[in-house]
Design a protein around this ligand. Structure first.
Ligand code: ASP
Length: 343
């Protein structure tokens, strides 16, 4: 069910969706007006649409916590004036941005839908048109009580609606570029849009606010067979580290090298959280399962459960930015805050 009067703010941040190819065969940012000229149906929608744009649209490879804050503040500025928000964003780091926004937008009660495309909007086979038009339908959709159908941060891409902190980009070629390995789709779009209502979060009832502070002094260390102390120890021992994410194997196992266990143990004793995120996206971290995981549990690594890297990283940025440390950080990290973690 949609209401003809729904007011939706579209924020164009950049990405392939709004870029044009020039002679140098590179992508160049262009304006939102051009987007409308390629999708004239935007003018025919029975919604009240308003568009805004980053002054300098970005390839999303250049997104940073500062840009996430700009998106959050733009939503905050007009939170009471619109029923929903559509964020046009490059697909490369969309899962990081949607995940970060899910933590930064506290007590959200309105849809914030991210979308983008694999091909620029001006190309005949572009997926941009469908992604934008269906995202708007979803942003405008209401339930029986007239409230928003999807009052959370979500991503729509190629007929699927994903929770914003449960997806990962998995393909640079396919139109179906994302996956949500550990959480069901929020909706699937065919002839009709089918909402998976038991998987959608309820609208928050508290006062909406932006939680602006994010800590980005976080290192990520990927485990691999043959990893060397000469190259890894300087990263672990860097005094700037405020948290370290160890990308482990399988259910949270890592090489049991003494140098690695000792360096991480010392880091943890110095009050720096070390988080265990598996390189396998599907499934969860269970450190007690094998000795190669249990050794890391014993020195105090925090398992990320079934959180994806994007969610674990942005949640860590958010919790450290909010001033949490020690046991408070650990407790909050292990709690499900925005639907990013299964019980
Ligand atoms: N490099 C582009 C970006 O993320 C790719 C895309 O939009 O799909 O901004």
């Amino acid at each position: 069910m949609t209401n003809v009067q729904r007011r939706i703010l579209i924020l164009y941040t950049g990405g392939t969706i709004g870029m044009i190819r020039k002679d140098d065969n590179a992508y160049h940012p262009f304006s939102f007006e051009n987007l409308v000229s390629f999708i004239p149906e935007l003018n025919d929608f029975p919604f009240d649409l308003k568009a805004d744009s980053f002054d300098e649209p970005l390839d999303s490879s250049n997104m940073s916590p500062g840009h996430w804050l700009r998106i959050a503040r733009r939503i905050e500025k007009d939170y009471s004036n619109f029923d929903a928000f559509l964020i046009l964003h490059g697909s490369d780091t969309m899962a990081y941005s949607s995940s970060a926004l899910s933590f930064m937008l506290n007590n959200l009660a309105k849809p914030v839908i991210f979308t983008g495309s694999q091909l620029p909007v001006g190309i005949p086979r572009s997926d941009a048109r469908e992604n934008i038009l269906t995202s708007l339908e979803i942003a405008a959709a209401t339930n029986e009580e007239g409230g928003p159908m999807v009052p959370e941060v979500a991503v729509y891409f190629e007929y699927n609606l994903y929770r914003g902190n449960r997806l990962q980009k998995v393909s640079s070629q396919d139109f179906e570029a994302f996956r949500s390995p550990n959480y069901p789709l929020l909706a699937e779009a065919g002839v009709q849009i089918k909402y998976n209502r038991q998987s959608i979060r309820s609208a928050s009832i508290g006062r909406f606010e932006v939680l602006p502070n994010l800590e980005n002094r976080i290192a990520i260390l990927n485990c691999f067979p043959g990893m060397s102390p000469e190259l890894c120890l300087p990263l672990i021992n860097n005094p700037e580290n405020r948290a370290l994410i160890l990308r482990t194997f399988g259910s949270g196992n890592a090489p049991t090298h003494d140098w690695l266990l000792e360096a991480l143990s010392e880091l943890i004793q110095n009050g720096v959280p070390v988080i265990n995120v598996s390189q396998c996206s599907a499934g969860e971290v269970e450190m007690a399962k094998y000795d190669a995981g249990r050794r890391y549990q014993e020195i105090g690594l925090l398992g990320a459960g079934d959180m994806l890297l994007e969610a674990a990283l942005t949640k860590t940025m958010h919790l450290l930015g909010s001033g949490l440390g020690g046991d408070d950080f650990a407790e909050a990290f292990r709690s499900d805050l925005r639907g990013e973690l299964s019980d």
